[in-house]
Structure formats: C-alpha cells, structure tokens
Design a binder for this molecule. Structure first.
Ligand SMILES: N[C@@H](CCC(=O)NCCCC(=O)O)C(=O)O
Length: 260
C-alpha cells in the first residue's frame, strides 16, 4: 500500500517589486500544476531568501520536503554566474535574490538528493549550477532559431506548441513517451544552453540543435526542460505526463526514504 500522506513539494519563488514593497511570489500555474493529478500534493512556496537562512533552518526545511519544482520567470539569471558580463544594452529583468536563493537551495537539494523538476529559467539555472553556460540572446546566435513567444498574441497562443524536439534514447523522457520520438513543445525563452553542465545528459533537442531538456543520471531524479509542462495539463496530456512523472518520482523517493 502506498503512503497516502500528501507529498510536500517546494516551489521556488521570485522576488517581485510592486510599488514600494517586495513580494516573494511563484506563478499560479506552477502551483496548480502540482495539484493536477490524483496524488495529494501540498505545494510549498520557498521564499527567495533560502541563502539567508541558517544551515539548521535550511536543513529543517529540506528534511520536510519530498521534491522541488523550479519555476520559469521573465527575469534572467545574472551572467556572472557563468563568468560572463552583461551584454551591451542588456535591459533584461534581474532577480538577484532568486539567483542567490536558488544557488543555496541547489547545494542543499543536491546533497539531500531530493527529486527536482526544472522549468525554463529553472532549467537554465540548473545548467549553470553544474558549470554550464547560456546564450544571452538565442535570436542573435548563428544558426539558432528565435525561441521567443509572440507577445502580441493572446496567452493561449503564446503557450501553445511552437516547435518539435527530438527525444534522445535511454532518457527519462523517452521512457515516458515510448510511442513518440518527437514531441511538440511550447517556447517562451530568449536564452538557452550554450555549454552543457558537467554530469548532465541531453534528453531532447530542437531542430536547430539547441538542448531543450536534460537529466542528471547521478541524481535520484533530476529533469529539466526549457519548455513549460505546467501549462494547461488538462488540455495537453503530454504536459500532464511530465507532471505525473515528477510527482511519482517524489513519491518513490519518499517511500525509499521511509524504508531507510
Ligand atoms: N528569462 C529566461 C527564462 C524564460 C522563462 O522562464 N520564461 C517564463 C515566462 C513566465 C512564465 O511562464 O512563468 C529567458 O528568456 O530565456
């Protein structure tokens, strides 16, 4: 019999300034995505100040969690994290609190081997955390497609499938999508992987060669995707499959921990 206690899944937050105040926020669609399946899940927003907690407080939180979801965000990771400077005229949104908080969070999550799903900005952060680097502007890079959404379109259109990715053999995704060698994904990003981080395994590529998903075989479960599986899982079964796979990994991890 499976443990029916709800899973506790941490969701990272952005620090968003609104008027004179700052707020720790995670997008509603990420939080609701965790509630989509039949498995009871309590999503827990982790404020973007994990790095400011004492080691004891960090450990107390990590010990309670069964998994971590890294959200997308319109802000860009500061390029100093991959030893580069901002490009001339770079007016990207930044979120130094999220950058610092997630770096400390990754240290703890990797050490505890908690399951982790990274989405879009979260995917880019994980790549850099493991020593990889990013293209600052894919649309200016030789031979790469423009992976940005058309902001003049309604949001349903912006998050609709935009291009195909080819799944690599013997990965997490190819095991979930056994009937499909290629799947359609949405595309809402300006940056993307230039060099892949150490110990990461490519899971999917776009037709221009851009890495769109990776996993980390050394981890109990670490999957990161450049697209947005949190978007409308009730409409897109493929998104529901990815979310269900992540939640199942969290369940498996908890079962294993409780038997240890
Ligand atoms: N800023 C990066 C990451 C893009 C990203 O995460 N977009 C998400 C948009 C908002 C959301 O859906 O939560 C880039 O542009 O490459």
């Amino acid at each position: 019999m499976r443990n029916a206690t709800p899973l506790l899944i941490g969701v990272c937050a952005d620090l968003i300034v609104r008027g004179p105040h700052a707020y720790h926020q995670s997008g509603d669609k990420y939080i609701r995505a965790l509630l989509h399946g039949d498995t009871p899940v309590v999503p827990l927003v982790i404020p973007a100040l994990f790095h400011r907690l004492s080691k004891d407080c960090q450990a107390a939180l990590i010990n309670k969690l069964d998994g971590i979801l890294l959200t997308g965000s319109y802000s860009n990771l500061h390029p100093s994290y991959y030893d580069e400077a901002e490009l001339e005229g770079d007016d990207a949104e930044r979120d130094p609190h999220r950058d610092a908080s997630n770096w400390a969070l990754f240290d703890s999550v990797i050490a505890a081997d908690l399951p982790m799903l990274g989405i879009c900005r979260g995917f880019q952060e994980l790549n850099v955390y493991f020593g990889g680097s990013l293209h600052h502007r894919l649309h200016e890079a030789e031979g790469l497609m423009d992976h940005r959404e058309d902001k003049t379109q309604p949001v349903e259109q912006q998050y609709a499938p935009a291009h195909a990715v080819t799944l690599c053999h013997s990965g997490i995704l190819s095991a979930w999508f056994t009937e499909q060698h290629r799947i359609q994904v949405n595309s809402i990003h300006m940056q993307g992987i230039k060099n892949l981080g150490q110990g990461l395994q490519v899971e999917a590529r776009a037709d221009d060669g851009l890495i769109e998903a990776f996993s980390r075989p050394e981890s109990s479960f670490l999957l990161a995707v450049q697209w947005h599986p949190e978007w409308r899982p009730e409409l897109y079964p493929q998104n529901a499959r990815i979310l269900a796979g992540f939640v199942e990994a969290c369940q498996n991890w908890r079962d294993k921990r409780s038997q240890a």
